[in-house]
Unconditional design. Sequence first.
Length: 266
Amino acid sequence: MKYDLLIVGGGPAGLTAAIHARARDKSVLVVSNDPMASPLCRAPAMANYPGLPGVTGRELVERLVKQAGNLGAELKRGRALSVMPMGGSVMVSVENDAVEGRAVILAPGVSRAAPLQGEAELLGRGVSYCATCDGMFYRGKSVVCAGDAPGFEEEVEFLRSIGCGVAVKRLAGLSILGEGRVTGVRDAAGEETPCDGVFLLRASIAPARLAPGLETEGGYIKVDGRMATNLPGVYAAGDCTGQPLQLAKAVGQGQAAAHSAMEEMD
Ligand SMILES: Cc1cc2nc3c(=O)[nH]c(=O)nc-3n(C[C@H](O)[C@H](O)[C@H](O)COP(=O)(O)OP(=O)(O)OC[C@H]3O[C@@H](n4cnc5c(N)ncnc54)[C@H](O)[C@@H]3O)c2cc1C
């Protein structure tokens, strides 16, 4: 099925965009890690959210998920790994699946992880973001897994089940070694582990790696006043567009991005 609107990220920005688009009767698929696992759900009480003083992060996200679902927005749980505009369509790969829409709104919040040394150079040359997508290339070989993604343990187990020798490392301070191809990693203590592949299984992926060619500034997605990015059919909203990293801005931009995406469709 080709959806009218795909949304990457089930936080306040993405869910507000979904609510707005469903109210205009567009078909909507939100691709997200578990919305209830977001750091916002740990916020005890928020004093500055208009109309709901003292609301907890958890209650706010619960209400948004429910409202979007009741209006008919679909939620697909999983990590979006890449976003590809393809002339009138946008494809989003979600772990080892792919979904298609007429437009996409990127609302993944901020990626707090700095890229590792060697990551950009060796991406696709032994560095992968998805075990179930690329694991088969490493059957019978040695791999290193690092990350904080929900489902991390399952991805490690999957690699072991297909015959990979898996070492688990902490992301912090990890460097990826190799020239033209991964040959190993060095951890924060300086210990080197030889390997054929490195799986970086983070909960979020930096915007420029999510959508190749996407313009960013200081790590944030560059948008115009309509929340459009430089890529056709690709909009962005919320913390991923930069300061202030606040709820009221996130929901306002989610609404504006959905409005702009739908203007192109009507
Ligand atoms: C503890 C805490 C307290 C806060 N208190 C306040 C406050 O009092 N007032 C205020 O205004 N703001 C507060 N904030 C900030 C506020 O939470 C953010 O500004 C707001 O959540 C941004 O919404 P968003 O939708 O842009 O991103 P997020 O809320 O970060 O949602 C993004 C969602 O997308 C998911 N995601 C990311 N990458 C991918 C991917 N590749 N594939 C699939 N899913 C993905 C994430 O897991 C997450 O569920 C607080 C934040 C925290 C953490």
